[in-house]
Design a protein. Structure first.
Lengths: 115, 113
């Protein structure tokens, strides 16, 4: 079974600053995907960024980028130029390829962006 | 294109009752997954349906069940409700099983009293 761990329950950052959220995972499989989802107070989970395990290049989406270290089983999210609208719960998630659509989530990190 | 629609948004039930939640996926999507979110246990996978068949099931008791209709809409049912079933239930829609992207609805907040 796969496990996902987010060791930072809460974090805060000043507006316009950069913040990094940590995620580690455990799996014996080699083909998988990793995701960061954002859950604002509206409760809807929104996909922030996706990383395929077979790709060595780190994914980026505008102000969001990841540091994917496959050997270390680490998948951190960097948010640059933080905005007030980034305030939310952030979840790291694991998806095993060829195993349906089941996602395994970490416990989440609550991020507060301060003006 | 309409997103994932979950109904109802809020629900209050009494212990021992049963409840049915509904999820309409994005048009053209054939896979629907359900998750339970609680402060204590976090986000846990309940089950996935694809083409009216259950593909995967999480570690939940048999009181939790689901089904999918030919139009891909899905329902989940919880029988003999317990206080611990109070949670946010999230539905995720994907174009196919094994897809690497899921789109979530806003959830149904179930409170059991």
């Amino acid at each position: 079974a796969q496990t996902v761990t987010q060791s930072q329950p809460e974090m805060s950052v000043q507006e316009a600053e950069t913040v990094t959220l940590s995620c580690t995972y455990d799996t014996s499989e080699s083909n998988y995907y990793l995701f960061w989802y954002k859950q604002p107070p509206s409760r809807q989970m929104i996909l922030v960024i996706r990383q395929e395990a077979y790709k060595q290049q780190n994914a980026t989406e505008n102000r969001f980028s990841v540091n994917f270290q496959k050997a270390a089983k680490s998948f951190s999210l960097k948010i640059s130029d933080s905005q007030l609208g980034d305030t939310a719960m952030y979840f790291c998630a694991f998806h095993l390829d060829n195993a349906g659509n089941m996602l395994t989530f970490g416990g989440g990190t609550r991020l507060m962006v301060k003006p | 294109k309409a997103g994932v629609t979950q109904t109802p948004r809020y629900l209050i039930k009494t212990r021992g009752q049963q409840v049915t939640l509904s999820c309409s996926p994005i048009s053209g999507h054939r896979s629907v997954s359900w998750y339970q979110q609680t402060p204590g246990q976090g986000l846990q996978f309940l089950f996935e349906y694809f083409s009216e068949t259950q593909r995967n099931k999480g570690n939940f008791p048999g009181r939790f069940s689901g089904r999918q209709f030919s139009n891909s809409r899905s329902e989940m049912n919880v029988s003999t409700l317990e206080l611990g079933d109070s949670a946010l239930y999230l539905c995720a829609s994907s174009p196919r099983t094994g897809a690497s992207e899921a789109f979530f609805g806003q959830g149904t907040r179930l409170t059991v009293v």
